[in-house]
Design a protein around this ligand. Structure first.
Ligand code: KIV
Length: 283
């Protein structure tokens, strides 16, 4: 099994076993080669090449402008680095919403062109046919994503906790069941009360991965740039910063600039190349 053999690739049965044995699943986003290399080295089971690449790396205000080509481009860099983690490519806005056929075609492109292990899409019961087409016709693993789905933030009235009242909580429970029946292998729960996340986790047999959904999910996911403190947007309550990388990078850049201006960097011996005096004399 992947866990006990070190470098072996994480599989869907491994994730399922982890849920059944109560072993928590760790997941983070990555969009490039060095980050993916570090995440894989640290031994996290899941990597998401999320459409959050739009806010974190590409400088967009939201994930809406992200194109399938952007995800393919970043996922290819991630896949060159990863040996063990299971890598999920995010399906961006409008790449899966129009018809099951178009969704299957686009999921197929993500698999074929980036060689990811599975895809993720945002939405509930209304996407059951789309999920079925991708999973059953395409044979492509799909991860679901319900609760606060950023691609629908405008319809949801902003970036708010979802499922606090009875009707909306029931709808999320229904969405989880529909998606499970349609064939998803795991489900992201974003920004839902922890009691509801617990209930959903108990009522589905697939692993749930929470982000702002409390400690009772089968696993957790964070956006890499939030986790290492390299994000310049407002940090939601659910984010825990494990590093303050932005200020460390800024300090390093200021030190470099000062050394360049003072002529301290580069040093002759440590950072420069020498030619022989003989060749020099002949020039
Ligand atoms: O794109 C992303 O980073 C996501 C996570 C927030 C789950 O969808």
């Amino acid at each position: 099994m992947a866990q006990s053999q070190g470098q072996e690739k994480i599989t869907i049965p491994d994730l399922q076993r982890m849920k059944e044995q109560g072993e928590k699943i760790s997941m983070v986003t990555a969009y490039d080669y060095p980050t993916a290399l570090l995440v894989d080295k640290a031994g996290l089971e899941l990597i998401l090449v999320g459409d959050s690449v739009g806010n974190t790396v590409l400088g967009y205000e939201s994930t809406i402008p992200v194109e399938l080509e952007d995800i393919i481009h970043h996922a290819r860099a991630v896949m060159r680095a990863v040996k063990r983690a299971f890598v999920v490519g995010d399906m961006p806005f409008m790449s899966f919403n129009i018809s099951p056929e178009e969704a299957l075609y686009n999921a197929g492109r993500l698999m074929k062109e980036a060689l990811v292990d599975g895809v993720k899409l945002e939405g509930g019961c209304e996407l059951a046919q789309v999920v079925e087409a991708i999973v059953r016709r395409g044979g492509i693993p799909v991860m679901g994503h319900i609760g606060l789905t950023p691609q629908r933030a405008s319809q949801l009235g902003g970036f708010k906790v979802q499922g606090r009242d009875k009707e909306k909580a029931r709808k999320l429970l229904e969405d989880a069941k529909c998606l499970e029946e349609a064939g998803i292998f795991a489900l992201i729960l974003e920004c839902v009360p922890y009691q509801l996340a617990k209930l959903i986790t108990e009522r589905v047999s697939i692993p749930t991965i929470g982000i702002g959904a409390g400690p009772y999910c089968d696993g957790q996911v964070l956006v890499f740039h939030d986790l290492v403190g390299l994000s310049f947007r407002f940090a939601p309550k659910f984010v825990k910063r494990y590093l303050d990388l932005a200020s460390q990078i800024e300090q390093a850049l200021r030190a470099y600039k000062e050394e360049v201006k003072a002529g301290v960097f580069p040093e002759l011996e440590a950072h420069s190349f020498k030619m022989s005096e003989e060749v020099l004399r002949e020039l």
